[in-house]
Design a protein around this ligand. Structure first.
Ligand code: ZN
Length: 423
């Protein structure tokens, strides 16, 4: 993951353009990845695929001819999606196009202007304060032309057509935690699943935020119903604990599984409710799709000082924490894969347990009540949609009691195991 992040860090990515393609090509060296190109102007839900942006060079030169702000030194210096400029102008004319952070005066901010044509430069506030009056040569050698939007998709089929979706954004330039960390975790999770047998099919998406997810949803509307579990991966290498933002429903299988894994892994974590803001969970969780997709990060977007600044660089991220994040994603997958589903074969009314001698089957006196309750919970919740883990979480009983109850009920023909959840 460290090598991948170091290779991707210098590339100037945006919501389209060659930087995205080059990044996806890097990922193809790690995992099998289809690169999908969707032409400019394609209607995708309520949006249109925008013009493609590419940049070759951008700088501001002062009166002595020195490059005082240089895209080649740090790609954050350029407002992302800047239209081309090539002229000499006064500081007064230039100033509305300069962006800085007065509260973090030594850092370069990350700014974009995707859907409102503009141009600009980002620079440390202290440098902005020191600019002398006079003329500046301003060059942005960029193009905004018909082209395409690129995204990457890695599909690993399982024995079931039911899918687990892992989605991450790839549109940020030289920033590490947001979101090379998410890209690295998703890529290496895919790599670890590749060549292994698995029950679920896994779909990994590497997309420009918002427009990429909207484009993918528009092109895959017919099959999104296969998605049984989903996670958006971002901000996974900072020093903070984990933050899980629940899916739109707040009670999807993925919500229970992530909460269970975080709780039982002895890691600092916080669970939050869904809000229609953030990354692409808001597209997957729009009401017309309402997919069971939560969002797992360490410190969420906007809640650490380095976020969207030049301080979110290679020295900011912790490789131990990044590895721990991958471990948590792998545990989530292992839990999904081992989680079992059952169907009650006599779901109308309670089956008569006494006649079948089932009350006698349950253990000693001290745990008899728990064993009886476990039988009733398993019978009631085994409608094909709740897993054993769901039943453990909802009932508050322990895993051993619930598993034993399921086995007893199967041996009496009251319950049957089904391969994966029913929709
Ligand atoms: Zn961001």
């Amino acid at each position: 993951m460290k090598e991948l992040i170091e290779a991707l860090f210098p590339i100037c990515r945006s919501i389209s353009g060659d930087g995205v393609r080059q990044s996806l090509a890097c990922l193809q060296e790690v995992i099998p990845l289809d690169i999908v190109e969707v032409p400019t102007g394609t209607q995708v839900l309520d949006w249109q695929v925008p013009r493609e942006w590419n940049v070759r060079d951008a700088y501001i030169k002062d009166a002595t001819g020195a490059r005082i702000v240089d895209f080649k030194e740090n790609n954050l210096h350029l407002l992302s999606y800047s239209s081309p400029v090539n002229r000499t102008m006064s500081l007064e004319e230039l100033r509305p196009h300069l962006f800085s952070l007065p509260k973090q005066p030594d850092l370069i901010p990350y700014r974009t202007s995707y859907y409102n044509e503009n141009w600009g430069f980002c620079l440390p506030h202290n440098q902005l304060l020191g600019l002398a009056d006079g003329d500046y040569e301003v060059v942005i050698d960029s193009s905004l032309e018909d082209g395409s939007l690129s995204y990457g998709e890695c599909f690993l089929p399982g024995t079931s057509s039911q899918e687990v979706l892992i989605s991450t954004h790839i549109c940020h330039p030289s920033l590490c935690n947001d979101n090379l960390s998410g890209i690295a975790v998703a890529a290496y999770l895919a790599k670890s699943l590749q060549g292994r047998n698995h029950k679920y099919s896994y779909r990994f998406l590497f997309l420009p935020v918002t427009i990429g997810a909207i484009t993918w949803l528009a092109r895959n509307e017919e099959t999104v119903g296969n998605i049984r579990y989903g996670l958006v991966a971002s901000n996974l290498a900072d020093q903070g604990g984990f933050t899980y933002k629940k899916s739109r429903s707040g009670c999807a299988g993925i919500d229970r599984i992530v909460e269970y894994v975080l709780r039982t892994s002895n890691v600092r974590h916080e669970i939050r409710e869904f809000v229609p803001y953030g990354y692409d969970e808001r597209q997957y969780g729009s009401p017309g799709f309402d997919l069971p997709v939560g969002s797992l990060s360490r410190t969420p977007y906007g809640e650490y000082d380095e976020y969207h600044t030049s301080a979110d660089n290679l020295s900011f991220i912790s490789h131990n924490n990044l590895q721990q994040s991958l471990d948590i994603f792998e545990k989530i997958v292992a839990t999904l894969e081992s989680n079992r589903y059952f169907r009650n074969l006599l779901p109308k009314g309670e089956p008569q347990l006494g006649r079948r001698g089932l009350y006698k089957k349950v253990g000693g006196e001290t745990d008899q009540k728990e064993s009886q309750m476990a039988l009733l919970w398993v019978l009631n919740l085994s409608d094909g949609r709740n897993s054993l883990l769901d039943i453990v979480e909802i009932s508050g009983l322990n895993t051993a009691a619930i598993t034993q109850a399921a086995e007893i009920l199967v041996s009496h023909g009251l319950l049957e195991e089904i391969p994966v959840a029913e929709s």
